[in-house]
Ligand binder design. Structure first.
Ligand code: NCD
Length: 305
C-alpha cells in the first residue's frame, strides 16, 4: 500500500485490495500475534454522522493492535457546535493522533480534509460519496463466501444515495465481477458513478425487478434506503418498503447464494433469513475488525513497503 490517505475505492488497485484482504486473513487466523504491533499509536475518530459498526470496529481494530483512540464524540458536544470549520478541526486533531478516521455528511469532505493534514486520513463515509473501508470488508466477505472468479453479484436498494454501493461498484470492476443493479428508477446509480464504471469497462446491467436476475446471482447485496439523504420526505415515502426480501423471495435463488447487507437494516431483509445459510451480514460486520486492523497496519507502516 502506497497511499497516504484512503479516500475512495477508486484509488485501490486489484493488488492493493488483495494485499489488504490477504493481510486481514493472516490477522484473523492469529490476532494475538498483532496485539502489540502499534502500542504507541493513537487513532483519532471524527464522526459527524451516526455510526455503530464503522466507529466501533475502527476502535476495536486500533485497540487489538495495541493502540488506543481519541474520539471527538458527538457533534453536539464538540466545538463544531461553536462554528468550527472541518479544516480547523482536522488540523487540531492531527496534533493528537497518528491517523484520523472521518465520517461527514458532505460529499467530498474527506478529500478536502486530507489536504489539510500530514497524518493518514481514512474516509469512513462522506455523504452519498464513498465508503472505501466498508468496501474492503465487503470484498473480504465476498472472497470468503463466493470467491472472485466469474462472480455474479446483484446490488439492490438505494443505489443513488448509498455510498457503500458507489465504493463497492468500483472495486467489483477491479475484480472483473458481473454486476447487476436492482432499484426503483428514482434510485438508480448516479450518472457520475455510471460514467466511471463505463470508463473502467465494467460489466454492468440495471434492473427494476429482482426476480428476473436472482437465479443467476452468487451474491445479493441489499441496502437500506438512505432516508436522511432525501431532500423531500414524500419522495422517501414513495420508495420506502420496496425491495424487501424474505424466505419466499429466495426460493428461486441458488442454494449457495450469499446475502449481504452493510447494516443497519430497516425492513429490507426479513428476520427469517437470518437463520439460513444465505445470511452473511453479521459475519460481514464482524469482518470489519480484521480488515480495519489490516488497513491500519499497512497505512501506519507495519508491513515492509
Ligand atoms: C452504511 C453507511 O454508513 O453508509 N453503514 C455502515 O457503515 N455499515 C450503510 C447505511 O447506513 O445504510
Amino acid at each position: 500500500m502506497r497511499h497516504d490517505h484512503i479516500i475512495s475505492a477508486k484509488q485501490l488497485s486489484r493488488a492493493d485490495i488483495e494485499e489488504v484482504l490477504d493481510h486481514a486473513a493472516t490477522i484473523a487466523e492469529n490476532p494475538a500475534a498483532f496485539a502489540d504491533r502499534h502500542s504507541d499509536t493513537l487513532l483519532g475518530l471524527l464522526f459527524f454522522e451516526p455510526s455503530t459498526r464503522t466507529k466501533m470496529s475502527f476502535a476495536t481494530a486500533m485497540k487489538r493492535l495495541g493502540g488506543d483512540i481519541v474520539d471527538m464524540g458527538s457533534v453536539e458536544s464538540s466545538s463544531v457546535k461553536k462554528g468550527e470549520s472541518l479544516a480547523d478541526t482536522v488540523r487540531v486533531v492531527e496534533g493528537y493522533a497518528d491517523a484520523l478516521v472521518l465520517r461527514h455528511p458532505m460529499e467530498g469532505s474527506a478529500k478536502m480534509a486530507s489536504e489539510f493534514v500530514d497524518v493518514p486520513l481514512v474516509n469512513a463515509g462522506d455523504g452519498a460519496g464513498q465508503h472505501p473501508t466498508q468496501t474492503l470488508l465487503d470484498l473480504y466477505t465476498i472472497r470468503e463466501n463466493a470467491g472472485f472468479d466469474d462472480l455474479t453479484i446483484g446490488i439492490m436498494g438505494d443505489l443513488k444515495y448509498g455510498r457503500t454501493v458507489h465504493s463497492l461498484a468500483h472495486a467489483l470492476t477491479t475484480v472483473d465481477a458481473h454486476q447487476h443493479f436492482i432499484s426503483p428508477e428514482s434510485l438508480q446509480l448516479p450518472r457520475s458513478v455510471r460514467y466511471d464504471l463505463h470508463e473502467q469497462g465494467a460489466d454492468v446491467r440495471e434492473h427494476t425487478d429482482l426476480d428476473e436476475i436472482l437465479p443467476a446471482l452468487d451474491v445479493l447485496y441489499v441496502t437500506r434506503i438512505q432516508r436522511e439523504r432525501f431532500p423531500d420526505e414524500s419522495e422517501y415515502r414513495e420508495v420506502a418498503g420496496q425491495y424487501q426480501i424474505d424466505g419466499e423471495t429466495l426460493d428461486v435463488a441458488k442454494d449457495d447464494l450469499t446475502v449481504m447487507h452493510p447494516l443497519p437494516r430497516v425492513d429490507e431483509i426479513a428476520h427469517e433469513i437470518d437463520q439460513t445459510d444465505h445470511a452473511k451480514y453479521f459475519e460481514q460486520a464482524h469482518n470489519g475488525v480484521p480488515v480495519r486492523m489490516a488497513l491500519l497496519d499497512l497505512i501506519l507502516g507495519g508491513e515492509p513497503r
